[in-house]
Ligand binder design. Structure first.
Ligand SMILES: Cc1ncc(COP(=O)(O)O)c(C=O)c1O
Length: 428
Protein backbone atom coordinates (compact mmCIF):
# COMPACT_ATOMS: atom_id res chain seq x y z
CA UNK A 1 0.00 0.00 0.00
CA UNK A 2 1.38 3.40 -0.91
CA UNK A 3 1.16 5.76 2.02
CA UNK A 4 2.33 9.38 1.77
CA UNK A 5 5.13 10.14 4.19
CA UNK A 6 3.05 12.43 6.37
CA UNK A 7 0.52 9.76 7.17
CA UNK A 8 3.29 7.54 8.47
CA UNK A 9 3.88 10.02 11.20
CA UNK A 10 2.85 8.60 14.53
CA UNK A 11 1.16 10.83 17.09
CA UNK A 12 3.62 13.01 18.91
CA UNK A 13 2.95 11.25 22.15
CA UNK A 14 3.83 7.77 20.84
CA UNK A 15 6.76 7.91 23.23
CA UNK A 16 6.02 10.33 25.95
CA UNK A 17 8.52 13.01 26.77
CA UNK A 18 8.42 14.36 30.30
CA UNK A 19 5.13 16.24 30.57
CA UNK A 20 6.72 19.11 32.39
CA UNK A 21 10.28 20.10 32.70
CA UNK A 22 11.03 19.40 36.34
CA UNK A 23 14.25 21.15 37.07
CA UNK A 24 14.16 20.42 40.77
CA UNK A 25 14.96 16.73 40.44
CA UNK A 26 18.68 16.20 40.07
CA UNK A 27 18.98 12.50 39.35
CA UNK A 28 21.06 12.98 36.23
CA UNK A 29 22.07 9.54 34.98
CA UNK A 30 25.78 9.15 35.56
CA UNK A 31 27.89 8.02 32.67
CA UNK A 32 30.34 5.17 32.77
CA UNK A 33 33.86 6.37 33.49
CA UNK A 34 36.26 6.19 30.56
CA UNK A 35 37.86 3.01 31.84
CA UNK A 36 34.52 1.16 31.71
CA UNK A 37 34.00 1.77 28.04
CA UNK A 38 35.08 -1.30 26.10
CA UNK A 39 37.80 -0.48 23.60
CA UNK A 40 38.24 -3.07 20.89
CA UNK A 41 41.53 -3.74 19.19
CA UNK A 42 40.31 -1.69 16.22
CA UNK A 43 40.92 1.48 18.20
CA UNK A 44 44.57 2.05 17.37
CA UNK A 45 44.88 5.14 19.54
CA UNK A 46 43.31 6.01 22.87
CA UNK A 47 41.25 9.10 23.55
CA UNK A 48 42.76 9.91 26.95
CA UNK A 49 43.59 13.49 25.99
CA UNK A 50 40.08 14.24 24.77
CA UNK A 51 37.44 15.36 27.23
CA UNK A 52 34.82 12.73 27.89
CA UNK A 53 31.86 14.67 26.59
CA UNK A 54 30.95 12.01 24.02
CA UNK A 55 30.48 8.31 24.54
CA UNK A 56 32.31 7.33 21.39
CA UNK A 57 31.80 3.93 19.80
CA UNK A 58 34.91 1.78 20.12
CA UNK A 59 35.89 2.02 16.47
CA UNK A 60 38.31 4.32 14.75
CA UNK A 61 36.94 5.55 11.46
CA UNK A 62 39.64 6.06 8.86
CA UNK A 63 38.07 6.70 5.50
CA UNK A 64 34.84 6.88 3.56
CA UNK A 65 33.55 6.20 0.10
CA UNK A 66 30.03 6.92 -1.12
CA UNK A 67 27.68 5.89 1.68
CA UNK A 68 30.25 3.69 3.40
CA UNK A 69 32.80 4.31 6.16
CA UNK A 70 35.77 2.06 6.91
CA UNK A 71 37.46 1.56 10.26
CA UNK A 72 41.15 1.09 10.99
CA UNK A 73 40.76 -2.68 10.62
CA UNK A 74 39.16 -2.32 7.20
CA UNK A 75 35.61 -3.16 8.38
CA UNK A 76 32.95 -1.50 6.25
CA UNK A 77 29.93 0.32 7.69
CA UNK A 78 26.87 1.46 5.79
CA UNK A 79 26.38 4.95 7.19
CA UNK A 80 22.82 5.95 8.15
CA UNK A 81 24.11 8.70 10.46
CA UNK A 82 25.91 10.95 7.93
CA UNK A 83 27.93 12.67 10.63
CA UNK A 84 24.55 13.56 12.21
CA UNK A 85 22.89 14.90 9.08
CA UNK A 86 26.02 16.64 7.81
CA UNK A 87 27.38 14.44 5.02
CA UNK A 88 24.48 14.81 2.61
CA UNK A 89 26.80 14.12 -0.35
CA UNK A 90 28.39 11.07 1.28
CA UNK A 91 32.14 10.48 1.31
CA UNK A 92 34.91 11.11 -1.23
CA UNK A 93 32.44 12.63 -3.68
CA UNK A 94 34.63 13.59 -6.68
CA UNK A 95 32.77 16.83 -7.47
CA UNK A 96 32.87 17.93 -3.86
CA UNK A 97 36.55 17.09 -3.66
CA UNK A 98 37.16 19.16 -6.80
CA UNK A 99 35.26 22.09 -5.24
CA UNK A 100 37.35 21.78 -2.08
CA UNK A 101 40.60 21.65 -4.05
CA UNK A 102 39.57 24.70 -6.05
CA UNK A 103 38.60 26.52 -2.83
CA UNK A 104 41.96 25.84 -1.21
CA UNK A 105 43.68 27.58 -4.12
CA UNK A 106 41.98 30.78 -2.99
CA UNK A 107 41.89 32.64 0.29
CA UNK A 108 40.96 30.76 3.45
CA UNK A 109 40.24 33.69 5.74
CA UNK A 110 40.51 37.46 5.81
CA UNK A 111 37.93 38.38 8.54
CA UNK A 112 34.66 40.21 8.13
CA UNK A 113 36.41 43.57 8.13
CA UNK A 114 36.64 43.25 4.34
CA UNK A 115 34.37 42.03 1.57
CA UNK A 116 35.02 38.66 -0.03
CA UNK A 117 33.18 37.29 -3.06
CA UNK A 118 32.34 33.67 -2.09
CA UNK A 119 30.38 34.66 1.04
CA UNK A 120 28.51 37.37 -0.85
CA UNK A 121 27.65 34.92 -3.65
CA UNK A 122 26.51 32.30 -1.16
CA UNK A 123 24.28 34.82 0.64
CA UNK A 124 22.77 35.85 -2.71
CA UNK A 125 22.15 32.20 -3.60
CA UNK A 126 20.37 31.51 -0.28
CA UNK A 127 18.28 34.68 -0.61
CA UNK A 128 17.30 33.78 -4.16
CA UNK A 129 16.18 30.29 -3.09
CA UNK A 130 14.36 31.12 0.14
CA UNK A 131 11.94 33.57 1.81
CA UNK A 132 14.87 35.58 3.17
CA UNK A 133 16.31 38.97 2.20
CA UNK A 134 19.50 38.87 4.29
CA UNK A 135 21.98 36.31 5.62
CA UNK A 136 24.46 36.24 8.49
CA UNK A 137 27.12 33.47 8.46
CA UNK A 138 28.59 31.85 11.54
CA UNK A 139 30.21 28.53 12.46
CA UNK A 140 27.76 26.07 13.97
CA UNK A 141 24.12 25.32 14.59
CA UNK A 142 24.05 26.52 18.18
CA UNK A 143 25.80 29.73 17.18
CA UNK A 144 23.21 30.28 14.45
CA UNK A 145 20.36 29.89 16.94
CA UNK A 146 22.05 32.15 19.51
CA UNK A 147 22.35 34.78 16.77
CA UNK A 148 18.72 34.25 15.75
CA UNK A 149 17.64 34.91 19.36
CA UNK A 150 19.69 38.11 19.39
CA UNK A 151 18.29 39.32 16.07
CA UNK A 152 14.71 38.61 17.19
CA UNK A 153 15.25 40.45 20.48
CA UNK A 154 16.96 43.34 18.74
CA UNK A 155 14.00 43.72 16.37
CA UNK A 156 11.45 43.33 19.19
CA UNK A 157 13.22 45.90 21.37
CA UNK A 158 12.31 48.62 18.89
CA UNK A 159 8.65 47.57 19.19
CA UNK A 160 8.39 47.71 22.95
CA UNK A 161 10.65 47.82 26.02
CA UNK A 162 9.29 44.57 27.51
CA UNK A 163 9.12 42.58 24.27
CA UNK A 164 11.99 40.15 24.85
CA UNK A 165 10.69 36.68 25.75
CA UNK A 166 11.72 33.72 23.64
CA UNK A 167 9.79 30.44 23.48
CA UNK A 168 10.60 26.97 22.19
CA UNK A 169 8.55 23.76 22.11
CA UNK A 170 8.40 20.54 24.06
CA UNK A 171 10.90 18.03 22.63
CA UNK A 172 13.09 20.77 21.12
CA UNK A 173 16.82 20.64 20.60
CA UNK A 174 18.43 23.92 19.61
CA UNK A 175 22.00 23.54 20.87
CA UNK A 176 24.08 23.50 24.01
CA UNK A 177 25.26 27.09 24.50
CA UNK A 178 23.56 29.10 27.22
CA UNK A 179 20.69 30.62 25.24
CA UNK A 180 20.12 27.54 23.12
CA UNK A 181 20.36 25.23 26.13
CA UNK A 182 17.57 27.19 27.77
CA UNK A 183 15.48 26.49 24.64
CA UNK A 184 16.44 22.80 24.57
CA UNK A 185 14.07 20.35 26.24
CA UNK A 186 16.57 17.86 27.65
CA UNK A 187 16.62 17.72 31.41
CA UNK A 188 20.00 16.05 31.79
CA UNK A 189 21.67 18.54 29.43
CA UNK A 190 20.20 21.46 31.37
CA UNK A 191 20.34 20.61 35.03
CA UNK A 192 24.12 20.61 35.55
CA UNK A 193 24.39 24.10 34.08
CA UNK A 194 21.68 26.05 35.86
CA UNK A 195 21.06 28.92 36.05
CA UNK A 196 20.40 28.97 32.31
CA UNK A 197 19.86 32.13 30.28
CA UNK A 198 16.73 33.96 31.39
CA UNK A 199 13.73 34.97 29.33
CA UNK A 200 13.56 31.66 27.45
CA UNK A 201 10.80 29.11 28.17
CA UNK A 202 9.51 25.86 26.74
CA UNK A 203 5.86 25.49 25.73
CA UNK A 204 3.77 22.43 24.95
CA UNK A 205 3.24 21.61 21.28
CA UNK A 206 -0.28 22.82 21.75
CA UNK A 207 -1.79 25.85 20.09
CA UNK A 208 -3.86 26.84 23.15
CA UNK A 209 -0.79 26.75 25.40
CA UNK A 210 1.09 28.85 22.87
CA UNK A 211 -1.80 31.31 22.50
CA UNK A 212 -1.84 31.80 26.27
CA UNK A 213 1.91 32.39 26.48
CA UNK A 214 2.42 34.68 23.49
CA UNK A 215 1.62 38.11 24.81
CA UNK A 216 2.14 40.71 22.08
CA UNK A 217 3.69 43.10 24.65
CA UNK A 218 6.30 40.66 25.99
CA UNK A 219 6.92 37.89 23.43
CA UNK A 220 9.75 38.46 20.96
CA UNK A 221 10.18 35.07 19.27
CA UNK A 222 9.11 31.48 19.03
CA UNK A 223 11.58 28.90 17.71
CA UNK A 224 10.67 25.47 16.37
CA UNK A 225 12.15 22.64 14.36
CA UNK A 226 9.71 21.78 11.55
CA UNK A 227 10.90 18.22 12.08
CA UNK A 228 12.22 17.73 15.59
CA UNK A 229 15.43 15.75 15.28
CA UNK A 230 17.01 14.94 18.63
CA UNK A 231 13.55 14.99 20.24
CA UNK A 232 12.56 11.76 18.46
CA UNK A 233 12.16 12.66 14.76
CA UNK A 234 8.72 14.26 15.03
CA UNK A 235 7.30 15.89 11.91
CA UNK A 236 5.25 18.77 13.24
CA UNK A 237 1.66 18.67 12.07
CA UNK A 238 1.16 21.04 9.12
CA UNK A 239 -2.09 22.44 10.54
CA UNK A 240 -0.39 23.16 13.87
CA UNK A 241 2.54 24.90 12.19
CA UNK A 242 0.19 27.06 10.12
CA UNK A 243 -1.75 28.01 13.26
CA UNK A 244 1.52 28.94 14.96
CA UNK A 245 2.38 31.09 11.94
CA UNK A 246 -0.99 32.85 12.05
CA UNK A 247 -0.73 33.46 15.79
CA UNK A 248 2.85 34.77 15.67
CA UNK A 249 1.88 37.14 12.83
CA UNK A 250 -1.14 38.37 14.76
CA UNK A 251 0.92 39.04 17.93
CA UNK A 252 3.95 40.37 16.03
CA UNK A 253 6.26 37.65 17.31
CA UNK A 254 9.22 36.50 15.18
CA UNK A 255 8.84 32.89 14.09
CA UNK A 256 12.22 31.16 13.89
CA UNK A 257 12.55 27.87 12.04
CA UNK A 258 15.54 25.83 13.15
CA UNK A 259 16.32 23.88 9.98
CA UNK A 260 19.78 22.91 11.12
CA UNK A 261 19.01 19.20 10.93
CA UNK A 262 15.93 19.04 8.68
CA UNK A 263 16.83 21.76 6.16
CA UNK A 264 18.84 21.74 2.92
CA UNK A 265 17.14 18.85 1.18
CA UNK A 266 16.75 16.31 3.97
CA UNK A 267 12.95 16.34 3.90
CA UNK A 268 12.80 16.38 0.08
CA UNK A 269 12.40 20.12 -0.38
CA UNK A 270 15.33 22.53 -0.16
CA UNK A 271 13.88 23.97 3.04
CA UNK A 272 11.49 22.12 5.33
CA UNK A 273 9.20 25.17 5.67
CA UNK A 274 8.18 24.72 2.03
CA UNK A 275 6.11 21.66 2.98
CA UNK A 276 3.85 23.75 5.24
CA UNK A 277 3.00 26.46 2.72
CA UNK A 278 4.11 29.24 5.07
CA UNK A 279 7.32 31.21 5.66
CA UNK A 280 9.19 31.91 8.88
CA UNK A 281 10.72 35.29 9.77
CA UNK A 282 14.11 33.77 10.59
CA UNK A 283 15.63 30.43 9.60
CA UNK A 284 18.82 28.84 10.85
CA UNK A 285 20.95 26.40 8.86
CA UNK A 286 24.19 24.56 9.58
CA UNK A 287 25.11 20.84 9.45
CA UNK A 288 25.27 19.96 5.70
CA UNK A 289 25.78 23.47 4.36
CA UNK A 290 29.54 23.18 3.83
CA UNK A 291 29.87 19.39 3.68
CA UNK A 292 31.43 19.06 7.13
CA UNK A 293 33.38 22.30 7.27
CA UNK A 294 32.01 24.31 10.19
CA UNK A 295 29.42 26.78 8.99
CA UNK A 296 26.06 28.09 10.17
CA UNK A 297 23.73 30.64 8.63
CA UNK A 298 20.90 32.88 9.83
CA UNK A 299 18.46 33.90 7.13
CA UNK A 300 15.96 36.64 7.79
CA UNK A 301 13.73 39.37 6.43
CA UNK A 302 14.78 42.94 5.59
CA UNK A 303 12.75 44.20 8.51
CA UNK A 304 14.51 42.11 11.16
CA UNK A 305 17.94 42.44 9.52
CA UNK A 306 17.69 46.23 9.41
CA UNK A 307 17.12 46.43 13.16
CA UNK A 308 20.62 45.03 13.83
CA UNK A 309 23.28 47.73 13.65
CA UNK A 310 27.00 47.34 12.89
CA UNK A 311 28.86 46.04 15.93
CA UNK A 312 25.79 44.49 17.57
CA UNK A 313 26.67 40.99 16.39
CA UNK A 314 29.72 39.37 14.85
CA UNK A 315 31.99 36.34 14.59
CA UNK A 316 35.59 36.10 13.40
CA UNK A 317 35.37 33.15 11.02
CA UNK A 318 31.80 33.50 9.75
CA UNK A 319 31.37 33.13 5.97
CA UNK A 320 35.09 33.03 5.18
CA UNK A 321 36.06 32.53 1.53
CA UNK A 322 37.16 28.89 1.81
CA UNK A 323 34.13 27.57 3.64
CA UNK A 324 31.75 29.69 1.56
CA UNK A 325 33.28 28.43 -1.71
CA UNK A 326 32.59 24.85 -0.62
CA UNK A 327 29.08 25.75 0.53
CA UNK A 328 28.31 27.28 -2.89
CA UNK A 329 28.95 23.86 -4.41
CA UNK A 330 26.89 22.04 -1.75
CA UNK A 331 23.85 24.32 -1.87
CA UNK A 332 23.84 24.19 -5.68
CA UNK A 333 23.86 20.37 -5.62
CA UNK A 334 21.23 20.08 -2.87
CA UNK A 335 18.90 22.54 -4.65
CA UNK A 336 18.67 20.52 -7.84
CA UNK A 337 15.00 19.56 -8.51
CA UNK A 338 15.92 16.04 -9.62
CA UNK A 339 18.00 15.52 -6.51
CA UNK A 340 15.12 16.67 -4.30
CA UNK A 341 12.68 14.41 -6.16
CA UNK A 342 15.04 11.46 -5.51
CA UNK A 343 14.98 12.27 -1.76
CA UNK A 344 11.17 12.56 -1.74
CA UNK A 345 10.53 9.35 -3.66
CA UNK A 346 13.11 7.19 -1.93
CA UNK A 347 12.19 8.71 1.42
CA UNK A 348 8.51 7.77 1.04
CA UNK A 349 9.57 4.27 0.00
CA UNK A 350 11.91 4.03 3.01
CA UNK A 351 9.06 4.93 5.36
CA UNK A 352 6.83 2.23 3.87
CA UNK A 353 9.59 -0.32 4.27
CA UNK A 354 9.99 0.65 7.92
CA UNK A 355 6.24 0.14 8.42
CA UNK A 356 6.52 -3.30 6.86
CA UNK A 357 9.49 -4.17 9.06
CA UNK A 358 7.43 -3.01 12.03
CA UNK A 359 4.67 -5.42 11.04
CA UNK A 360 7.01 -8.33 10.31
CA UNK A 361 9.11 -8.05 13.46
CA UNK A 362 6.62 -6.69 16.00
CA UNK A 363 9.62 -4.88 17.50
CA UNK A 364 8.76 -1.32 16.40
CA UNK A 365 6.14 0.71 18.22
CA UNK A 366 6.05 3.76 15.97
CA UNK A 367 7.57 4.96 12.71
CA UNK A 368 7.99 8.69 12.18
CA UNK A 369 9.72 10.80 9.61
CA UNK A 370 9.94 12.19 6.13
CA UNK A 371 12.51 12.24 3.34
CA UNK A 372 15.84 10.86 4.55
CA UNK A 373 15.06 11.51 8.24
CA UNK A 374 13.37 8.68 10.12
CA UNK A 375 12.91 7.56 13.69
CA UNK A 376 11.54 4.29 14.99
CA UNK A 377 10.42 3.77 18.56
CA UNK A 378 11.54 0.30 19.47
CA UNK A 379 10.85 -2.24 22.18
CA UNK A 380 13.89 -2.01 24.45
CA UNK A 381 16.50 0.70 24.39
CA UNK A 382 17.67 2.42 21.25
CA UNK A 383 21.32 2.24 22.38
CA UNK A 384 21.13 -1.56 22.27
CA UNK A 385 20.00 -1.49 18.62
CA UNK A 386 22.67 1.09 17.76
CA UNK A 387 25.40 -1.15 19.21
CA UNK A 388 24.15 -4.29 17.53
CA UNK A 389 23.81 -2.52 14.19
CA UNK A 390 27.40 -1.30 14.52
CA UNK A 391 28.52 -4.91 14.98
CA UNK A 392 26.68 -5.84 11.78
CA UNK A 393 28.16 -2.94 9.82
CA UNK A 394 25.29 -0.44 9.93
CA UNK A 395 25.59 2.98 11.56
CA UNK A 396 22.41 4.38 13.10
CA UNK A 397 22.03 6.72 16.09
CA UNK A 398 19.54 7.47 18.83
CA UNK A 399 17.06 10.31 19.31
CA UNK A 400 16.15 9.84 22.95
CA UNK A 401 16.15 6.60 24.92
CA UNK A 402 13.75 4.57 22.78
CA UNK A 403 14.08 6.04 19.31
CA UNK A 404 16.55 4.81 16.71
CA UNK A 405 17.25 7.58 14.22
CA UNK A 406 18.28 7.13 10.60
CA UNK A 407 19.78 9.96 8.54
CA UNK A 408 21.28 8.37 5.43
CA UNK A 409 23.43 10.52 3.13
CA UNK A 410 21.03 12.15 0.67
CA UNK A 411 22.93 10.53 -2.21
CA UNK A 412 22.04 7.02 -0.99
CA UNK A 413 20.36 4.99 -3.72
CA UNK A 414 17.31 2.81 -3.17
CA UNK A 415 19.54 -0.28 -3.24
CA UNK A 416 21.76 1.19 -0.54
CA UNK A 417 18.72 2.10 1.54
CA UNK A 418 17.38 -1.43 1.09
CA UNK A 419 20.69 -2.90 2.24
CA UNK A 420 20.55 -0.82 5.42
CA UNK A 421 16.95 -1.83 6.06
CA UNK A 422 17.89 -5.51 5.70
CA UNK A 423 20.66 -5.06 8.26
CA UNK A 424 18.28 -3.22 10.58
CA UNK A 425 15.66 -5.97 10.34
CA UNK A 426 18.35 -8.50 11.09
CA UNK A 427 19.23 -6.61 14.26
CA UNK A 428 15.61 -6.28 15.37
C1 LIG B 1 17.82 21.11 15.20
C2 LIG B 1 19.20 21.42 15.72
N1 LIG B 1 19.47 22.65 16.16
C3 LIG B 1 20.67 22.97 16.62
C4 LIG B 1 21.70 22.05 16.69
C5 LIG B 1 23.03 22.44 17.23
O1 LIG B 1 23.98 22.42 16.19
P1 LIG B 1 25.54 22.38 16.52
O2 LIG B 1 25.81 21.03 17.10
O3 LIG B 1 26.19 22.59 15.19
O4 LIG B 1 25.81 23.47 17.48
C6 LIG B 1 21.45 20.74 16.27
C7 LIG B 1 22.49 19.72 16.40
O5 LIG B 1 22.23 18.53 16.42
C8 LIG B 1 20.17 20.41 15.78
O6 LIG B 1 19.87 19.19 15.37
Amino acid sequence: MTVPAETLTAPNDAISLPAVLDEVVVDVPTRAPVADVPVTSSASSTTDALMYTYKRAPVEIERGEGVYLFDSEGKRYLDFVSGIAVNALGYADPELQAAMHAAVEGLVHVSNLYRTAPGERLAAMLVERSFADKVFFCNSGAEANEGAFKFARRWARDLGPAKNEIFSLRGAFHGRLFGTLAATDRRNYRIPFRPLAGGISILERDIDDIATALDAETAAALILEPVQGEGGVRVLDAGFVREVRALTKERNVALIFDEIQCGLGRTGTLFAYERFGIEPDIMTLAKPIAAGLPMGAILTTKEIASSVKPGEHGTTFGGGPFVASVALHVVERLSHPQFLAHVRENGAWFGQQLQEIAQRTGRIRAVRGVGYMWGIDIMGTAAHVVNQALEKGLLVCTAGEYTVRMLPPLVATRDELARGLALLEDVL
